[in-house]
Design a protein around this ligand. Structure first.
Ligand SMILES: [Zn+2]
Length: 413
């Protein structure tokens, strides 16, 4: 199929992104569209109407995922699913998630108008939630489809205003058995386009990133217990200074991370007790977030770092406690889909690279469930989760055009 000139769809793309951004628009030109909130409900309803006007059969599932279906003429049962998430962070931008939905809609519409019904069924999805910005749970949309998440997980969850998850869901009209159960067994593959949310593509002047892996993440809380004591009368060699030792550990892990290609390790939070100017710190607690796309690298890094932690705290008579509270494995994208997509991009002579995603995406949930492909377009200055999020219209259009060709190859040939 001939790929359209980017300019032909730029206008329509921009208009639809602005239209979606109007639901939850903030004073700072940002978007706050939290799960089951009023802007969220209005955005999903508006998208449903747009899908309908484009000729899709539309339906919600019982968690609020919205689908626009174009039934295949030959293989109706297995579905090629494409889309992204409709929720945003608080004061987010207008591209994160929304771009993937709009791109999928425009790509499928274009194919439908030019070529009629596909041979294989295509569904465009506006996933209800990915960010975890309202309730302490993320990937509620993709997780409900794939079986990662279940209704029984949400009973005790509330948002910052104390509103229970179930109540918010019911107020939006979901979780009441009015719609089909979200769990699906008919998904043949999942395709997502997304803004990079990083600076790799822009720095290398490339337009597209074919994602090979989404990083795995491990998170820990580490507590060191020493002894609070007088800052003036306790000699340096008689101290059990939890903060000084914590600094040593953080310094060690950061240096070690720098020596490891592609690995990132972050200590983003530290709490000290008693946190007083003239008292030796008796306790220091810090968080650790480690990410890499190879499971083994991640495991080895953590175990070597923790060996050092144990050795050092033992030597200094400080008690160490390490609690792990996240262990998300790296997810590999589908090689066949990746190579098909790469071939297509090369044919169009679009500057691209293969890359790892350091951020989480719905594609990581689908990636363990069905063949999945994830395509990035550049983020200006790598900024995301901010009203300043921006991608050039021509880059957005290139993403849509590749998705259009890709969907054509998968569903029409
Ligand atoms: Zn996103």
């Amino acid at each position: 199929m001939k790929v359209k000139t980017p300019y032909a769809i730029q206008d329509e793309l921009s208009k639809m992104l602005d239209f979606l951004a109007s639901f939850g628009a903030t004073e700072n030109n940002g978007v706050s569209r939290l799960l089951y909130s009023s802007p969220w409900i209005r955005a999903q309803q508006a998208l449903k109407e747009v899908m309908h006007s484009f000729g899709f059969q539309t339906h919600f599932d019982d968690v609020g995922n919205l689908f626009g279906r174009m039934e295949g003429t030959v293989e109706r049962e297995q579905v090629i699913l494409t889309g992204s998430h409709i929720d945003s962070v608080i004061e987010g931008g207008k591209y994160d998630g929304a771009y993937g939905i709009v791109a999928s809609l425009l790509a499928a519409k274009e194919l439908f108008q030019k070529n009629g019904k596909p041979k294989k069924t295509i569904e465009v999805v506006s996933l209800c939630e990915e960010e975890g910005s309202r309730f302490p749970l993320s990937f509620w949309g993709s997780g409900s489809i794939t079986g990662k998440h279940h209704f029984d997980e949400i009973h005790s969850l509330t948002d910052d205003d104390g509103i229970p998850f179930k109540k918010a869901m019911a107020a939006a009209g979901f979780g009441l058995n009015n719609y089909p159960n979200p769990r699906r067994k008919d998904i043949a593959c999942f395709l997502e386009v997304h803004v990079e949310q990083g600076i790799i593509l822009e720095n290398s002047r490339q337009t597209l990133g074919v994602v090979s892996h989404i990083v795995g993440q491990k998170r820990f809380t580490i507590t060191l217990t020493g002894q609070s004591n007088h800052a003036g009368t306790t000699p340096m060699n008689a101290r059990k200074d939890a903060l000084a030792t914590a600094c040593d550990l953080i310094h060690h892990l950061t240096n070690k991370a720098k020596q490891q290609s592609d690995l990132v390790a972050t200590v983003g939070n530290i709490q000290v007790k008693p946190n007083v100017v003239n008292v030796v710190a008796g306790e220091a607690t810090f968080t650790l977030d480690v990410r890499h796309h190879q499971k083994e690298t991640l495991t080895t890094f953590c175990s070597e770092v923790f060996d050092y932690f144990h050795k050092t705290t033992d030597e200094q008579n400080i008690k160490l406690n390490i609690t792990q509270w996240m262990d998300d494995e790296p997810v590999k994208m589908d090689e066949t889909l990746m190579s098909k997509m790469t071939k297509m991009i090369k044919k169009e002579k679009i500057p691209f690279r293969q890359m790892v995603s350091g951020a989480g995406h719905d594609s990581q949930v689908f990636g363990t469930f069905c063949p999945t492909a994830l395509l990035f377009v550049p983020s200006h200055q790598g900024i995301s989760h901010s009203p300043k999020e921006y991608t050039k219209p021509e880059d957005l259009a290139t993403g849509v055009n590749i998705l259009t060709s890709f969907l054509y190859e998968l569903a029409y040939t």
